[in-house]
Design a protein around this ligand. Structure first.
Ligand code: FPP
Ligand code: MG
Length: 290
């Protein structure tokens, strides 16, 4: 199945979306896609089939988000903890990722047409070399698209991301690129892999945990837990989350306004951050050309 699926919404569903769009729509939605294996067990199919159905659901869900005009989506596709699963399952998930990331190249025109930038966030050094190369090429291919962002958290945990941010800052301080008193919440935020914080976080499968996903970024997000298993997630489950966000919107907006902005004003720090994004880009080019 394609990353950019055609919308197959009914007239009634489109009508409901139009009504919801009269209210505030979250700019950034994050999703913990949980329950693939329980779905597989329920359907008496292999785990790999459950994960494959999980990808198909992701594709559907992205088309609903497009219809809702959500600008940024971040999905938890593979955590660093998932490396501890059986070798068979990890290999199957890596193979699924190879197939799906390779498919992005066939869909380049569609991605450009919709202006979708694909970013894979996580510790890419832990991935097999061939997959890392594919991912880096896919990211470079879409880096200039700016209408919509899809962040795929793959080989990711939030604590690893925060540690990476702190290490980057400590290294810069040691090299005299920034002063110790320039270390701030904003700077740590800017050194994370994400560019913005989610307004709404959805987790499926009835688990009521964050499982080391975007811990720093979700302090003011509306959180929507739903019992449905990810491959059975439907448009009404997503709209339920959006409705919940709308009801809490005033309060969330106030919290977000009160929160110190991510923007860094200090020129010295700005210089370091520009250099960091250049360095990360060069790292991607190295992975892509390996
Ligand atoms: C959680 O369900 C799901 C995963 C660990 C994998 C998620 C992957 C996809 C949806 C496919 C996306 C692929 C790409 C390349 C973006 P689980 O395995 O924890 O199931 P359980 O909670 O029922 O045990
Ligand atoms: Mg799970």
């Amino acid at each position: 199945m394609s990353w950019i699926a055609d919308n197959s919404l009914t007239t009634f569903q489109k009508f409901c979306i139009k009504i919801l769009k009269c209210g505030p729509i979250p700019e950034h939605v994050a999703i913990i896609m949980d329950g693939n294996r329980r779905y597989a067990q329920k359907q008496h199919v292999e785990k790999a089939e459950g994960h494959s159905k999980g990808f198909d659901k992701l594709s559907d869900c992205l088309s609903w988000c497009r219809e809702l005009e959500v600008k940024e989506v971040t999905v938890y596709a593979f955590s660093i903890e998932n490396f501890k699963r059986s070798k068979e399952e990890v290999d199957q998930l890596m193979q699924l990722a190879r197939e799906k990331f390779a498919r992005l190249f066939e869909e380049q025109d569609k991605l450009n047409e919709h202006g979708v930038c694909i970013r894979v966030i996580g510790n890419l050094a832990l991935l097999p070399e061939d997959l890392r190369k594919l991912i880096a090429k896919a990211m470079l291919m879409t880096e200039h698209n700016n209408k919509a962002i899809l962040n795929v958290a793959f080989s990711y945990t939030s604590r690893d991301e925060i540690t990476n941010s702190i290490q980057t800052i400590v290294e810069a301080a040691k090299q005299g690129k920034i002063e110790l008193d320039e270390i701030s919440e904003e700077l740590i935020s800017q050194c994370l892999y994400t560019k913005s914080n989610p307004d709404l976080l959805v987790r499926t499968s009835g688990e009521v945990r964050l499982s080391d996903f975007l811990l720093w970024q979700t302090s003011d997000s509306q959180i929507h837990f739903t019992d449905v298993l990810w491959p059975e997630f439907g448009i009404w489950h997503l709209l339920g989350g959006i409705f919940k966000y709308q009801r809490a919107h005033k309060q969330i907006f106030k919290l977000q306004e009160e929160e110190t902005s991510r923007e860094v004003v200090n020129e010295n720090v700005k210089l370091f951050l520009n250099e960091l994004s250049e360095r990360r880009l060069r790292q991607l080019e190295i992975y892509a050309n390996a």
